[in-house]
Design a protein around this ligand. Structure first.
Ligand SMILES: Cc1cc2nc3c(=O)[nH]c(=O)nc-3n(C[C@H](O)[C@H](O)[C@H](O)COP(=O)(O)OP(=O)(O)OC[C@H]3O[C@@H](n4cnc5c(N)ncnc54)[C@H](O)[C@@H]3O)c2cc1C
Length: 403
């Protein structure tokens, strides 16, 4: 097949946080790399835009905790290299019923990895955060002090990896939609074909197309990945005048999660906009990434009620002052997919997707793993069996978890 432009060692498709981090990792290891994005770089139509994502090490799965610990170091390394900060450290508090299997697994993982934590009884939570939340009597707070955890400035972090990638020699192309990836039967490797008629040759290709992954992979290989795009809303609420400092980043207010049953509320210390705080519900509704509702129809009643009952009048619960729409890419088990595409492509095409609303914090290590797979055909340090595509053939629900 004829192709236009240069030849590359690796072509990365999709320039959200995962593709940008991967491109940087590849170039750092001497790979001639092309990063292709369908929209403008740093656009707000995918999953990686916005001002903040939280990073916490409190996972029930020890493989994620390991990945967060490595990522925390890699975030610090990257920000040192670029010379500005994207990672703000803060305390963290998970709250839930004391007999929650999930919370008990998180505690076990912290113990196993020697991650310092404190279990706070309801009275201790109330004393530590006066004026805020009284958790129910049979609940517990899992508190992690300053160390690993806090907030990543999201769009700034994507931009950081793109800048570092560019400095390492990556070719960056935006407004270039990839419509297919085909095997080069003559020369080996793959040809990446764009909607505007360009064709680029790559020895290898890494696809990190976020919520578009299912569509693109179906076109490329016929494989139906069980990844469901979902539209979610980020909400910012006004803090009562005079109380802003109590909720500010850099003070005692933690990143937090509050979960029971299927409900999961999270919040961050205030820093993005003066006098407001981000508190949102984890989860949304299924969507088509090319035909979105942009948040219309999302009800916030339960979140309003929770803010009303939890913040004792210090946060205006009547309506958010600002909302932003974003997408998750959900797998049935909420575990990532990091694997070779396989089939006729063998190990020439690597995919990273299905980050299920919790991938951002781990982007530095995901980038390292995807680069490892593209360059050497294997990855070290993380057991990728949890992230295989084939797990859905063994069991459509994916990895079995008992919480
Ligand atoms: C509201 C919200 C809150 C979140 N909070 C957290 C959090 O606190 N902590 C955390 O760790 N994670 C969080 N996440 C999850 C995290 O943000 C995502 O897991 C992560 O951003 C996924 O990145 P990505 O690169 O896979 O996807 P994206 O950022 O969507 O990047 C994929 C890119 O591929 C491009 N693309 C698609 N198809 C093509 C094509 N055919 N050709 C060229 N380009 C293409 C898209 O345009 C897009 O830019 C949150 C997500 C949301 C939406």
């Amino acid at each position: 097949m004829e192709y236009s432009g240069d030849e590359f060692d690796v072509i990365v498709v999709g320039a959200g946080i995962m593709g940008s981090s991967t491109a940087y990792q590849l170039a750092k290891r001497g790979q001639k790399t092309l990063l292709v994005e369908q929209f403008d770089f740093l656009h707000p139509r995918g999953s990686s835009h916005g001002d903040s994502r939280f990073i916490r090490a409190t996972y029930p799965e020890d493989y994620y905790q390991d990945m967060v610990l490595e990522s925390s170091l890699l975030w610090e390394e990257a920000q040192q290299q670029i010379g500005y900060n994207v990672y703000l450290k803060s305390q963290h508090l998970d709250m839930g019923p004391s007999d929650s299997k999930k919370l008990l697994s998180v505690i076990a993982t912290c113990q196993k990895n020697g991650l310092p934590y404190q279990l706070l009884q309801p009275r201790e939570v109330a004393e530590k955060y006066p004026g805020w939340l009284d958790i129910p009597e049979n609940w517990v707070g899992l508190y992690i002090g300053l160390g690993v955890g806090g907030v990543i400035k999201s769009t700034k972090a994507v931009s950081m990896f793109q800048t570092l990638a560019f400095q390492e020699g990556v070719t960056l192309r935006d407004n270039m939609e990839v419509k297919n990836i085909v095997k080069d039967e003559v020369k080996g490797g793959v040809v990446v074909v764009t909607t505007n008629g360009d064709k680029f040759w790559g020895k290898k290709c890494v696809v990190t197309a976020g919520a578009w992954m299912r569509k693109l992979v179906k076109t490329v290989s016929g494989l139906e990945l069980p990844i469901q795009p979902s539209e979610v809303m980020v909400c910012y609420w006004r803090i009562k005048e005079g109380h802003e400092a109590e909720f500010a980043m850099g003070g005692d207010f933690p990143t937090f999660t509050y979960s029971f049953g299927d409900s999961y509320i999270y919040g961050l210390p205030s820093f993005e906009y003066p006098g407001v705080i981000k508190i949102s519900l984890h989860g949304g509704y299924p969507c088509d990434p090319d035909n979105r509702a942009w948040g219309s129809g999302i009800t916030m009643e339960s979140l309003k009620q929770w803010i009303k009952s939890s913040f004792k009048g210090l946060i205006d619960f009547n309506s958010p002052v600002s909302t932003h729409s974003c997408m998750y890419s959900m797998t049935p088990d909420e575990d990532f997919v990091i694997d070779f595409l396989g089939g006729e492509f063998g190990k020439d095409v690597v995919i990273g997707c299905g980050f299920s609303g919790h991938g951002f914090k781990m982007a530095p290590v995901v980038g390292r793993l995807l680069a490892d797979l593209a360059i050497t055909g294997e990855a070290s340090g993380v057991d990728l069996k949890h992230f295989r595509i084939g797990r859905f053939e063994d069991n459509p629900k994916g990895n079995v978890k008992d919480y």
